[in-house]
Write a protein that binds this ligand. Structure first.
Ligand code: ATR
Length: 274
């Protein structure tokens, strides 16, 4: 019988994860089945128990359950502990291992797929929610020159910077506080794109040769990437590559095999444009 995996979320019907993991399994000749499972908003632990009882070996976790998955895990990877959230679970007997592959996925997409090394770069991270928290440690591990967290409410940015004070001294403030500053990489980790909203970013923040990266993706250009184009960011990328790379990293956690991602990403890109 094939090994069983799934992604939990609510909503989950439009998740691309089953198609991505089916493609990885085919590429690596791994015998597994991966399905999407809708968990009730107030019934995540129960949904996980039922899945494990049915023989589930591992699961991805998406909105709104990443913090709950973090609390449910009986053992955490260092990167999940830092992120305060879990997007990958592995079940082994009574153990629930929690990992977080989002930051690794982002870094891999930027450094490998986009060929943009992060060492020595000035990074601006927009947003101070869970999505931001999850990627800070993996970004810092690449040894950027600096990392500034800007958020609509400055206090959340300052608190997030504080949480990483033992790793590095991070700048933090609201959007007005980046006026006059210049960055090589600007990452949108806010959920503003979800509601089609643009961010009130001051002009002149994109350095020559800079990369604008939106962790969101959708059909067409996101509002953040439109703004980045108008403000002169040299390269712009949405989060589709991050989606595929975090999946590849989760696949590696479960199977010990790293799938190639180029084909899967190109395929998804074509489907998204159709
Ligand atoms: P996630 O887990 O996706 O990070 P979250 O924890 O709710 O979700 O955080 C959402 C982030 O997007 C926050 O940084 C939020 O800013 P506030 O902390 O000021 O609320 C940011 N955000 C959402 N909508 C926004 C908008 N229209 N303009 C600017 N920032 C926005």
């Amino acid at each position: 019988m094939s090994d069983l995996y799934c992604v939990f979320g609510n909503p989950i019907a439009h998740s691309r994860s089953p198609a991505i993991h089916a493609a990885f399994a085919a590429l690596t000749a791994q015998d597994l089945v991966y399905e999407a499972r809708l968990a009730p908003v107030d019934g995540f632990p129960q949904a996980v128990s039922e899945f494990v009882a049915a023989g589930g070996k591992g699961a991805n976790v998406t909105v709104p359950f990443k913090e709950e998955a973090y609390r449910l895990a009986t053992r955490l990877s260092d990167r999940a502990a830092r992120a305060g959230a879990v997007n990958t679970l592995a079940f082994n007997g009574s153990e629930i291992f929690g990992d977080n592959t989002d930051g690794a996925g982002l870094v891999r997409d930027i450094t490998q797929n986009l060929d943009f090394p992060l060492a020595g770069k000035r990074i601006l991270l927009l947003g101070a929610g869970g999505a931001s928290r999850g990627v800070i440690a993996p970004l810092l591990a690449e040894k950027p020159a600096s990392l500034f967290i800007a958020n609509r409410s400055a206090d959340k940015a300052v608190a997030l910077a504080q949480a990483f004070a033992d790793v590095a001294l991070l700048g933090a403030g609201n959007f007005a506080e980046i006026d006059g500053k210049c960055f090589d990489l600007v990452i949108n980790a806010t959920s503003a794109s979800l509601s089609g909203e643009s961010l009130p970013l001051p002009a002149g923040i994109f350095a020559p040769g800079s990369l604008a990266y939106d962790m969101m993706y959708g059909k067409g250009e996101t509002p953040f990437l439109t703004l980045a184009r108008v403000q002169g960011a040299a390269t712009r990328a949405d989060g589709l590559g991050m989606l595929v790379e975090q999946a590849a990293e989760a696949f590696f956690v479960w199977r010990g095999v790293r799938p190639t991602t180029e084909e899967v990403l190109a395929d998804l890109r074509a489907k998204l444009a159709a």
